[in-house]
Design a protein around this ligand. Structure first.
Ligand SMILES: O=P(O)(O)OC[C@H]1O[C@H](O[C@H]2O[C@H](CO)[C@@H](O)[C@H](O)[C@H]2O)[C@H](O)[C@@H](O)[C@@H]1O
Length: 247
């Protein structure tokens, strides 16, 4: 992909608003970092931290990460960088660098599902279970044959209740609270400073990001999906670095 100019028309590639009027709402895995064999092994490309810090300054602090991960994982990988973080697909929210996470009332995951999840990964080598506040993820990237047994198990646990839902992720199945999605996180962020009054610009790569994209567009902004709008996560990051350098 040739790096499109941020000021190019839509027909020639993605565009962003002028940086002084924009709010940036960015996904993490598959967008700011490439997909890696395990959640812990993602790597930040050289220069990304500087790009994000410069972006945050240019847009008056209106930089948020909107992720499926718990907020503390973003603090680990991007310490002190985004102003706000929406975690667990929008279940959790911290609006400022020095602020506290907003309180969440979430139904606890039934203990027997957690126990069965651990039994299940014990039967499939190199699989793992990731725990979240109100959900869990069964990862099978290194053991693709576990996809169907994992999906079947989760669907069995979820049958007959409507508090939790199953969501497909990249080489993983996730249980999360019904009705939680990234679109709500975008709306909540855009309702308050430093985001309010700006034009939202959302980029993501996954099924879960489509809600964020729709919300950004509904609020008069832009939403882009990798690989439809940027061919790869690396191409998006190159575009972002160019946008920041030329702003
Ligand atoms: O919303 P995101 O920031 O894109 O997070 C989505 C999920 O990402 C993580 O899992 C995925 O990325 C891992 C690292 O590249 C990869 O090993 C795994 O196979 C992917 O499913 C994360 O672990 C999940 O909690 C997020 O929901």
């Amino acid at each position: 992909m040739t790096t499109p100019s941020p000021t190019a028309s839509l027909s020639s590639g993605p565009v962003a608003p002028p940086v002084e009027r924009a709010a940036f709402l960015l996904d993490f895995d598959g967008t700011l970092v490439d997909i890696a064999p395990t959640p812990a092994s993602v790597k930040l490309e050289p220069g990304l931290t500087d790009t994000l810090l410069r972006l945050r300054d240019l847009c008056g602090g209106a930089l948020a990460i909107v992720t499926g991960r718990p907020i503390e994982q973003i603090d680990h990988f991007l310490p002190g960088i985004p102003t706000a973080v929406a975690g667990e697909h929008g279940l959790t929210l911290r609006r400022s660098l020095d602020g506290a996470e907003e309180p969440v009332t979430a139904a606890p995951l039934p203990r027997d599902w957690i126990d069965e999840a651990h039994t299940l990964i014990g039967r499939h080598p190199d699989t793992s279970v990731e725990h979240k506040k109100a959900g869990l993820v069964l990862h099978y990237r290194a053991c693709p044959e576990a996809e169907e047994p994992f999906r079947h198990a989760i669907e069995t646990w979820l049958s007959g209740q409507d508090v939790f839902e199953i969501h497909p992720s990249k080489m993983a199945w996730e249980i999360r609270l019904a009705g939680i999605h990234k679109g709500k996180a975008v709306e909540a962020l855009m309702a308050q400073p430093p985001f309010a009054g700006r034009v939202p610009f959302f980029v993501g790569d996954d099924v879960t990001d489509r809600d964020g994209i729709s919300a950004a567009r509904a609020l008069g902004g832009m939403g882009y999906l990798i690989p439809d709008d940027f061919p790869t996560a690396h191409a998006f990051r190159s575009w972002l670095a160019h946008y920041v350098e030329t702003a």
